[in-house]
Ligand binder design. Structure first.
Ligand code: DQA
Length: 149
């Protein structure tokens, strides 16, 4: 049975999961994240397409396409979180639910990570739970699609 489709977008350097700062991001690699998202989605009756890019322009284009298609989004904008007004504007144009996720807890890290320029234009933000941040975000999307209060 196919479920409602959700796009999961990942920004720069998340392709390096497992290699990059494992003490912060864990030992599991990007493919493990994709598998985790697919299983979490299936449990919720959703279907995910998971993508990663290091390019701001590609990420903005994917968000624009999701916006036009009315497709719900889970997005880890990675470093773009902290300075990309282009990404923020693209997210603000999305009508379907959008959840911002982070593997680490940026609020507990360097001061430049304390501000997210996208938080104000998304439904909500989940950070600090490792890959589980994505599972929680998918749960929130499912609740929004089902009209939960
Ligand atoms: C991150 C946190 C960001 O500050 C950082 O630039 C990342 C990953 C996270 O998932 O914890 O690349 O978004």
């Amino acid at each position: 049975m196919s479920g409602q489709e959700v796009l999961v977008l990942n920004g720069p350097n998340l392709n390096l999961l497992g290699v990059r700062e494992p003490s912060v991001y864990g030992e599991a690699d990007y493919q493990a994240l994709v598998t985790y998202c697919e299983h979490s989605a299936k449990d919720l009756g959703l279907v995910v397409e998971v993508r990663q890019t290091n390019s701001e322009s590609e990420l903005v284009e994917w968000v624009q396409q999701a916006g036009v298609a009315g497709r719900p989004l889970v997005i880890n904008p990675a470093a773009f979180t902290h300075y990309s007004y282009a990404l923020r504007d693209a997210l603000a144009a999305c009508s379907a639910p959008v959840v911002e996720v982070h593997i680490s807890n940026p609020a507990a890290r360097e001061s430049f990570r304390h501000h997210s320029v996208v938080s104000a234009v998304v439904m909500g933000s989940i950070a600090g739970f490792g890959f589980a941040s994505y599972g929680l975000a998918l749960r929130a999307i499912k609740g929004a699609l089902d009209g939960d209060k």
